[in-house]
Each structure stands twice: as structure tokens, then as C-alpha cells.
Ligand binder design. Sequence first.
Ligand code: PRX
Length: 646
Amino acid sequence: MSESTGSEGRRFPAPEQLAASANVGPDVYAEAEADRLAFWATQARRLTWAQEWDEVLDWTNPPFAKWFVGGKLNVAYNCLDRHVEAGHGDQVAYHWEGEPGDTRTLTYAQLTEDVCRAANALLELGIQAGDRVAIYMPMIPETIVAMLACARIGAVHMVVFGGFSADALASRITDAGAVLVITSDGGYRRGAPSALKPAVDDALSRTEGVRNVLVVKRTEQDVEWTEGRDLWWHDVVDRQSPQHTPEAFDAEHPLYIMYTSGTTAKPKGILHTSGGYLTQVAYSHWATFDLEPDTDVYWTAADVGWVTGHSYIVYGPLANRATSVMYEGTPETPHRGRWFELIEKYRVSILYTAPTVIRTFMKWGEDIPAGFDLSSLRVLGSVGEPINPEAWLWYHRNIGGERCPIVDTWWQTETGAHMITPLPGVTSLKPGSAQTPFPGIAAKVVDDEGNELGDDATGLLVLTAPWPAMLRTIWGDDDRYVDTYWSRFGREVYFAGDGAKKDADGDIWLLGRVDDVMNVSGHRISTTEVESSLVAHPAVAEAAVVGASDPTTGQGIVAFVILRGSATDSGDDLVQQLRTHVSKDIGPIAKPRQIMVVQELPKTRSGKIMRRLLRDVAENREMGDVTTLTDSSVMNLIKDKLPASS
Ligand code: PRX
């Protein structure tokens, strides 16, 4: 667990003007507490339903929840058409900026037409409600169009982050049973075109069931073409009618699957459905960021390929008729002030990003943000990992001009939407703490037996009541859903996998994962997944992987490997080869920061690798208790192998 409680005790009350005018005031907590289901029903009425529900929640068969039972709606209609019908067709939905500096502005009317064309194209390709569609794309508007086109016709999208490998894509396509892949020739990253289509070709050589690949032209790179299977987006979509009548789907109709790492090597397909999900992402986006759709310019600086992008680039902002910024590239291209330049250019008023980016900006220095006009900002957000107080204070001072509240939002792919967060017009902020369960959410910190803890005692975070945006299952594996999340403390208590503590004021501090999941730059990566990749290499006999704390990325991946007797090389070349192997196998985000070749691994008498000790080594700490090791000299052998600097 990372220690994130080094706050120097300062509090930051809500700015007076914001406290007076914010969308949500202090009474919201009591209102939600008084009748949780009535509260969520009120929030569901923010959406337009083709048919209202008969029952807010059916929890008769926990942990299989049904929200807004009997209700019907179309998610894309709620994100698009209804705003156009209400006279907001000319409002900008996205100011899109490509990395090379090309721009596109999409109004709600244009986006609606684009989505209708794409929906008609999907229908022409034989896609039906319930079919799964894989989306493997860069950060371009067509990615959002593709997602909404699926939602419009009731197809289930499964977006795979463009940084994942062909292997990762193949296993997800197979697990989800996708019949169509939407991709592009490539996207721009770090000043150069980066190809995507070859990974799709590679993945499809190992999977069955995909009938077509729809390819958006972005970079003009050469692509290989499989006649009869591959189709250009512009050939198929552009000629379609810009009109399409949306069909209303059941509130529990599947909306999307998003794969995330768990404690085993096999990623879990988290399933989200329609009515409850859209209710909570829309309400939380409006309440947590105090969104004013007529005046704010909102920017979630994350990739659409993660849940943050799904909920707070696409569904929440569009359901609320926000004007958003979407940026294709990296923060340092072509210079380290790119993000600040975008904030200045589009007069961004709400910025949502991850602590790892803030720590990178800290490294680059405060002179960079100081060179731009950031006065349009009024609310800042953080997500993905605990934000250490030092980074919080830097963000507050150098980006927020000491006037913008920072909402530190704790949530997960599984929760779908914000679960623990301050509210900008209400909460007196404590740097480093996510503080308060969101209105309508019930969270506790408990010990191993499930007894509630307080007064700074460290325990486990649990959620004690179902919530509208909760995952409904793991795709194709109800048993794993129950086992992973709803068995530790009974079938009605959700085990989040995070350590936490509650302080004397009742504020919650998140302390990192308690399982074998690492958090690298806000991305979840399983130690087991990296270990399996390493042992799949012919030179490796055994591998153990730990997340070691890292000043910039939160955690860095450190691997210990034992080589096979037949391995001829054990030097730097091999280490580089192994790093590249993992990067190719899983994706560049999983590339180990460091690989150490060792003779043995520390194991308990029952054969379990003692990662705790390896973490001590990786973090260059005095070693903890070694008495349970089969052979305590193993650790000395490992330490002897270390270069003096690590
Ligand atoms: O450990 C928590 C951490 O990220 C995990 C969820 O990762 P993922 O499903 O990839 O979703 C990331 C974006 C929502 C959690 O179990 N985490 C996320 N936000 C915070 C956090 N840890 C502390 N504070 C946060 N604000």
C-alpha cells in the first residue's frame, strides 16, 4: 500500500462564491440518506425515458442488481438528439485537437448526424442489438461516434485502449465474442504516426467470429487489406442517411464491456448496462464538477479507452450537454506546455486528470504553466490513484491559481462512476483524501472480519449498498463476479480491493490496492499478468513481479526472474529483450521498469512467493520479517545481485 497521508493538516474550504451558487449544496447528503432509492429516482429523471420504470431497484438476488426495472430509454438519444430537439444543436459538443495541431469542432447537431450515419452503417453490416463490437482507436472523434452508434442500436461496445498489444486485443475479442472491429490506420503520438491496423490484422489471425473491420483513415499510413473483410469508414459511413430513429432499450440492456486487470492473468470483462449507468455518470458529472452546460468548457484529459474516458469524456458530459475538449496526443508534444496552451486556447474551466500527470508537470517545473493564461479554470479533478499532498498542493497553486477546488475522485472500472469524492461547493478539502462517499453511496472501512473501523485504523474499503452505475457481472462469468467482489463479507457487501482508513472527522483516505494489482500511472496492471508474460519467454523459468513505489508513476513494475538452464545469455541484452517481450505481449504500459535476474525467489513453506520481501528490495528498504521463508539466505543472494544504485 502506498502511504498517502502525509498531509500537513491544512484545510481548503469551498470558495464563498462557489458555495453560494454550486449545483449541489450541503443538504444533498441528508436528502440522499433519508431515502436512497427516491434520491436515485430523482436523479434518473434528469434523463429522458421512453417508458418510466416500475421499480427503482430489484435486489432480491444479490449481488445481481437490476436498476429502474421496466424502464426504457435510448442512451444515444439522451446524449444527443434531445439536446438538439431542445434548441442546442449549435452548441459545441467537442473542441477536438489533433496532436499535429489540426482541429475539428463538432456541434451537437453534427455529432447527432454523424452518429446516425454510423448507426445506419452498422445496421447495413448486419450488427444487431446485443452484438459485441470491438473498438481499437486513437483519440479521434470517430471513436466517440462509434461508441454512440453502438449504443444507439443496442450493440455492446468493447473499447480496447490503443496502447494494448495485438495479443491483448485478440484475447478480449475472443472473450467478448466480437463480430466487428472498428479501428483506424493509426493515430499521432509523440510527433509521429503510430499504427493500429497491423495489430488488428495480427489479432484477427488468432480469433474467429469477426466478420468485418471498419477502418477510419487518420494518418494515411499504408495498411494491409483483407478484401471482403476490411472496409473504409469513409466508404461505408459517409454515404448513409443522417437520420435514424432510436429504439428504446430496457434499462438493463448491456451498454459496454470494459476489460480490467484482476488478480489472475485473465482480464475481467466488466459489464455496464444502460439506465443506472447513465443516471449516475450524468448526475456525478454535474455534481462533482459543478458543471454549468451553458458556460463551462470541460476537459477530461484521459484516453477514451479507459473507464474515465467512457464515463467522463463521453457519457456524462454528453448526457449533461457539456462542451468538452478532446486532445489526441501526449502532454509533451510538440512542447511541454501543450496542455496549458489548450486550456488557454479553449478557455477550459474544468480540468480532470491523474496524479501521475501532475507529478510529471512538477518535474518539468512551475515555469511552464506560469507561461500561460489559466485564469479560466475554476474546478480541478484528480482520478486513478491516491494524490499525494505535495502533488495536490502543486496542482492547486500552479494550475488552479489557489482559487480552484480539487475534487479527488475515488472510483473504479467496476463502479462506473464517482463513489468517494469531495463536492466543490460543499466540502472543506483535505489534500490527499477523497473524503466523503458521494450522495446516495454507502462506503465503510472495515477490518478482516467486517467490523467497521474509524480513528485512523487501517482496513479495507467496502461498499454496503448497491449503486446505479455498478457493474452487473463479469462478462460470461457470474461465478467470478460473485467470488471476486461479493464473497469476502457476504453477498451484499462489495469488496473494492483497496486499503483505506477513516480519520476522526469521518474522512476516507485511500491507501492503494491490497491485492496483486499494481497501479502504474493510474492504470491497473496485474502482477500475475506480467509474470505469465515473462514465463512465456523461452529464457525464463520463473518470475515474480511487484509494484515498487515510483515518484512519478505511483508504482513502477519490477520483475525478478530465474532463467532456464538452457538460457545462454543473462546480461543486459536479455533484460532488454524481456522488457520488449512484455511490452509487445501486453502493451507498453506493462513494460517492467526494472528486471533483475536472480538464482532463487523467496517462498513461504507452502510455496507462495513472498512479494512483500521483493517489494522491500525493489524499494531499497530494510527487509521485513523473513522467518517464514523456507531459506532465509535467498534474500541475501538476491540483494548481492543488485547494482549499488538500485
Ligand atoms: O486503487 C484504486 C485506484 O484505482 C483503482 C481503480 O482502477 P481502474 O478500475 O483502472 O479505474 C481508474 C479510474 C477510475 C482503485 O481500486 N484509484 C482510483 N481513483 C483513486 C484511486 N485511489 C485513490 N484515490 C483515487 N482518487
